[in-house]
Design a protein around this ligand. Structure first.
Ligand code: NAP
Ligand code: ZN
Length: 349
């Protein structure tokens, strides 16, 4: 066992606070990593606040994790001490069902093991995330950070990056695709960069005209203000794919008419009820609503390699772990441009 310090939520309505806990003793196929940076995802906030009703406390959030290998088990073949390594939202899965065999561990028939809030598949102990000093993970769930990718900015790729890359790939986005992105936050800004990087024409659908300059700088062709009814009506039937990152209950009827025939609205944000969608635009326009969870390990590696090749990196605001509660409050009011990243060296301060 290895003593680790970190920050955790202890109840749904108290601030995150320092937390000391034990990481499991490394097994033969495990690596031990020292965490250098961890991104702050809106899911961390949902989890800490028990928005989904399934949180067990205490929980150290964090699933956008970048660091260095400090120890390897005897059977580890892919990683060496000193190498850069990353971990996203999963640390294990059954590895034998049809989905795992296809590289879709996020859809494991037994359920994947979350980086935090899960249960170790061997000991049953709760998993804890990246708001901490060290992490122990089986090598199959670690990712290679490609040469040249700035470690201090790479962390958000491990969730915001893959969660938007995966639907772009699933629905075959490429040159000529017309992609809409609802909500310009952590996931949204990565969706813009990645879709633009694939050659798509990207439109941001935001509540705020004030984000227009940012949207264009990120690679979008335009920003549509979702509350501007006339502009929204003019944009009808203009999209092949819309990625909706809104984190709360909201009205999909605003976005469905924007899809072209056979167009797809992919929900990646709100987990839970949405306002009653009308079937009229679905039936009359043969449009689809679907969802998408993170991405598999192979696809996550593909995304990291794509970002390194295209020099695509998140826009990060570096914080100390002691500022995490202020970061949560700012994220709650959509005051983040566009991802907080914790410099884990601050844990020792
Ligand atoms: P974020 O950085 O807070 O961004 C969310 C954006 O949504 C905001 O910037 C805002 O954009 C818009 N928004 C916020 N409140 C809204 C409201 N009341 N009505 C309409 N739009 C609103 O959050 P994130 O980290 O990108 O995460 C977004 C959601 O994705 C969260 O619910 C998170 O749990 C979920 N998530 C899902 C997966 C998955 O696997 N599917 C993975 C990671 C995260 P504008 O100001 O531009 O309108
Ligand atoms: Zn996340």
């Amino acid at each position: 066992m290895m003593k680790t310090k970190g920050y955790a939520a202890f109840t749904c309505d108290t601030p995150l606070a320092p937390f000391s806990f034990e990481r499991r003793a490394p097994r033969e196929n495990d690596i031990v990593m020292e965490i250098l940076y961890c991104g702050v995802c809106h899911s961390d906030l949902h989890w800490a606040h028990n928005d989904w009703g399934w949180t067990s406390y205490p929980v150290a959030p964090g699933h956008e994790i970048v660091g260095r290998v400090i120890e390897t088990g005897n059977a580890v073949t892919r990683y060496k001490v000193g190498g850069a390594v990353a971990v996203g939202c999963m640390v294990d899965s059954c590895q034998s069902c049809d989905q795992c065999r296809k590289g879709l561990e996020q859809l494991c028939r037994e359920g994947n093991t979350g980086t935090y809030g899960g249960r170790d598949r061997i000991t049953g102990e709760p998993t804890q995330g990246g708001y901490s000093k060290y992490l122990v993970v089986r090598e199959e769930f670690a990712l290679r950070v490609p040469e040249g990718l700035d470690l201090s900015r790479a962390a958000p790729l491990l969730c915001a990056g893959i969660t938007t890359y995966s639907p772009l790939r699933t629905w075959n986005v490429g040159p000529g695709s017309r992609v809409g992105v609802v909500g310009l936050g952590g996931l949204g800004h990565m969706a813009v960069k990645l879709a633009a990087g694939m050659g798509a024409e990207v439109t941001v659908l935001s509540r705020h005209q004030g984000k227009e300059a940012d949207a264009l700088a990120l690679g979008a062709a335009r920003l549509l203000v979702s509350t501007d009814a006339a502009a929204m009506a003019k944009a009808a039937s203009g999209f092949d794919l819309i990625i909706d990152t809104v984190p709360v209950k909201h009205d999909l009827n605003l976005y469905l008419p924007l899809l072209d025939v056979d167009g797809t609205l992919v929900l990646v944000g709100q987990i839970g009820p949405v306002a009653e969608p009308s079937t009229v635009p679905l039936i009359l326009g043969r449009r689809r609503i679907t969802g998408s969870p993170i991405g598999g390990i192979a696809e996550t590696q593909e995304m990291l390699d794509f970002c390194a090749r295209k020099n695509i990196l998140p826009e990060c605001e570096m914080i100390n772990i002691q500022d995490i509660n202020t970061a949560f409050e700012r994220m709650d009011r959509a005051d983040v441009r566009y991802r907080f990243v914790i410099d884990m060296a601050s844990l020792d301060a």
